[in-house]
Design a protein around this ligand. Sequence first.
Ligand SMILES: [Zn+2]
Length: 227
Amino acid sequence: MLKFTPILIALLYGFVLWWFSAWRLRHELDAKSTELADARLKALTDRMAGALDLPRIRVNIYEIDQVNGLASPDGRIFITRGFYEQYRQGRVSAEELASVIAHELGHVALGHARRRMIDFSGQNALRTALIMILGRIIPGIGQMIAGVLTSMVAARLSRSDEYEADAYATALLMKSGIGTGPQKSLFGKLEELTRSRASGQPAWLLSHPKTDQRIKAIETNEAKWSG
Ligand SMILES: [Zn+2]
């Protein structure tokens, strides 16, 4: 029993951390978001809703300046104010923004959004347990190794999620007649946008795999599904 105590403590710690961060995220999103109301975008999300047999797709604006899209663990879709502003100023088209919404819908439909919160607590529990175990075997660097191992697992998981969400978006954009053009053109635009801004890469690109690899994957799916 005593042998397993560190692992039990780590799991408990992971659970508490998960519960707290889920609560904090929900609170933050509720306090800082409103429903997106834009006629051109609504026409596009209504077409996607039709393709999915849904009455409508609700999209929220998250009031931060970053250029990003996100899916919350409870299944809501958010576009940041920063991203919406790019659309309002004509730098990003309605169809391109719709492709981001399709991508985030993919994260919800495929269960990524919910699993990520679980992953997050799982990672913390794993890291804590590894630190306790490795730290005892190899004092000093044991802790470092534990950190590296856990983030390697996490990066692996999120990369495959991105490709899956892209594939979902490709299928949905094709089915609703919007096509994959905007999904691909957005990647190039986002890289360009950031070159003209001092703030560096947008978070949406940072947390995602390489642009050219994503475009290639989209084209492979497109060829497979349109044959
Ligand atoms: Zn994503």
